[in-house]
Design a protein around this ligand. Structure first.
Ligand code: GDP
Ligand code: MG
Length: 163
C-alpha cells in the first residue's frame, strides 16, 4: 500500500488548488469563497518515482464559529490518525490567523512528519513576508505558489524523502 499524505489547514489557503496540481485532475472543488470543499477527496500522485495517496481535507460547513473550528480540529485529528505525513498549509496573503494557531497547536504534538507549506507565494516580495510563519513554532517552512507551481518541487522532494 502506498503512503498517505494529508493536506490540512483552515479554509481558503489553497489546499484544493495544490491537491489538484498534484493529481493533475480537477477533482476537488475550488472556489474563491471560504469553505467550499465539501468532502475529503482522495487522489493518487507520484514524485521522483514514489507513489502516494493524497487527502484533500475540507468539509467545512459555513455556520457558527464554534462548529467551524471544531470541524477543522476533527479533520486535523482524522488526518493525524490516517496519514503517514501531513502538509499543513497556510496563506501568506492573510498571514497567521487564530485558526492557523489552533491547527499548529494540534500538530506540534504529532510524531509524524509535518511540512509547513506557506502558499500563495507568487513572487519574491511574498517570500520575504513568509518569515512570520516561524512564529507558529513548527520550525522550517516551504514557500510555494499552488497557482503558478513555483516552490512545489522543493516541498515534494522533502515530502517523498520521508515516505
Ligand atoms: P482551500 O479552501 O484551502 O481548499 O482553498 P482553495 O484551493 O479552494 O483556494 C482558495 C482560493 O485561493 C482560490 O481563489 C484559489 O484560486 C486561491 N489560491 C490557491 N492557491 C493560490 C496561490 O498559490 N496563489 C494565489 N494568488 N491564490 C491562490
Ligand atoms: Mg478545498
Amino acid at each position: 500500500m502506498s503512503a498517505i499524505v494529508a493536506i490540512v489547514g483552515r479554509p481558503n489557503v489553497g489546499k484544493s488548488t495544490f491537491f489538484n496540481r498534484l493529481i493533475q485532475r480537477r477533482e476537488a472543488i475550488v472556489d474563491a469563497v471560504s469553505g467550499v470543499t465539501r468532502d475529503r477527496h482522495y487522489g493518487k500522485s507520484d514524485w521522483n518515482g514514489k507513489e502516494f495517496s493524497i487527502i484533500d481535507t475540507g468539509g467545512y460547513v459555513q455556520g457558527s464559529d464554534d462548529v467551524f473550528e471544531q470541524e477543522i480540529d476533527k479533520q486535523v485529528e482524522l488526518a493525524i490518525d490516517e496519514a503517514d505525513a501531513i502538509i499543513f498549509m497556510v496563506d501568506v496573503e492573510s498571514g497567521i490567523t487564530g485558526m492557523d494557531e489552533d491547527v499548529a497547536n494540534l500538530l506540534r504534538r504529532v510524531k509524524k512528519p509535518v511540512f509547513l507549506a506557506v502558499n500563495k507565494v507568487d513572487n519574491a516580495k511574498r517570500a520575504e513576508d513568509a518569515v512570520e510563519f516561524y512564529a507558529l513554532g513548527l520550525g522550517e517552512y516551504f514557500t510555494l505558489s499552488s497557482v503558478n507551481g513555483s516552490g512545489t518541487g522543493d516541498l515534494l522532494d522533502a515530502l517523498v524523502e520521508v515516505l
